[in-house]
Ligand binder design. Sequence first.
Ligand code: GLY
Ligand code: MN
Ligand code: MN
Length: 488
Amino acid sequence: MADELTPETPEEEQPKKKHKQRKNGLYPGVSDELAENMRTGWADTELHGLEPIPQAAHTAARRAALSARFPGERLVVPAGRLKTRSNDTEYPFRASTEYAYLTGDQTENGVLVLEPTGETGHSAAVYLLPRSNRENGEFWLSGQGELWVGRRHSLTEAEQLLGIPARDVRELAEALTEAEGPVRNVRGHDSVIESALTDKVTKERDEELRVYLSEARAVKDDFEIGELQKAVDSTVRGFEDVVKVLDKAEATSERYIEGTFFLRARVEGNDVGYGSICAAGPHACTLHWVRNDGDVRSGDLLLLDAGVETHSLYTADVTRTLPVNGAFTDIQRQIYDAVYASQEAGIAAVKPGAKFRDFHDASQHVLAEKLVEWGLLEGPVERVLELGLQRRWTLHGTGHMLGMDVHDCAAARTEAYVDGTLEPGMCLTVEPGLYFQADDLTVPEEYRGIGVRIEDDILVTEDGNRNLSAGLPRTSVDVEAWMARLKG
Ligand code: GLY
Ligand code: MN
Ligand code: MN
């Protein structure tokens, strides 16, 4: 034991920083006496009688459906590993959507394995890092020791919380290497697991698993709908926060807006569900403006596209385009009201039995009409739509599925998604926009540099839809009144 803790590197050559020491697996300066001392004197903190997490019943049903789809095959779904940001610092960990969807767990290095029990059926096990061993010094000398990174759940605690048998993940890679029989893995999350399975899987079969898990998430259960509403409600409060500090943002930059929204996301949720787009003035015309380092000026519009992600990893995706000084100019209002009318038409087309494409077509029709009415395009409108001429200024699709991923269900087959039919429980964004680039010489000067998007999160219900983000105003006059109230 003492040998394991005795440094192999001479004292003067040993790295000075604690992180380096941990990463190198070197244990410098640990005397036998200290090692012995650290081994003992710790209370038993095992937790007993834990209640299952709220989603446990739902995750069991999801695993049962997955089992039925792939009988007789071993299914491996990793949470993922920490990713290096630079040197020895890592990005904040975010478990893979597939793993969190099937287990409710979010622990790094976790892996769900569904082991076939015969021609049909599976037994599930979740593989996790157990609590740190105090006997061998791991808990305070290893980089993954609980003294450094915080207490983990014991495997017994994890079983109670998740409702799934839990095993030591350190034994998994070898077990998978030796295992016989057909196996599929969700790729892209865990290189150790992928190496262990490299001779046993095929890209095509793994892709079928990924596609299944993407399509399975299209219809949300009651727990998921509740979480999406929570995400949206926090997002509404984040937008209110931003309106209240617009004067401070004017004195600094778009970053003040990003930071303000982020505070709400971190305090009430897990994180933002995607990089916040805080786009003032002409930046609103850059669809993925996440640099957020520009000026915020009175007289300009601010396009804020942001969403809080809940602790259970469901995200909102909401956009409002706000006049920084609280009042739209005539041309800003003209464009804003056109986008609003387009969004109204899109939302009205969201209902069970409608095609997914219908709301996009309805929104685009209104925008094409406006562009013809303003003399920016030559009609008739049907010709414009047939040739797609409006797209110079509408730029993107009108919406997408929303859930644990902001662009949820992205691996679904075209026939199940873009060419599919809406069903109760689906949640999607409706987010038309018009964007007139600052250097667009085909439009009158007054249009240039104006970008407007309005984005709401819409749940398909039995008899139509429900706007989860109705807590934020949408019409231009309601936006002005709301801003005036918040700015006091
Ligand atoms: N925030 C990304 C999107 O609206 O799709
Ligand atoms: Mn968005
Ligand atoms: Mn969106």
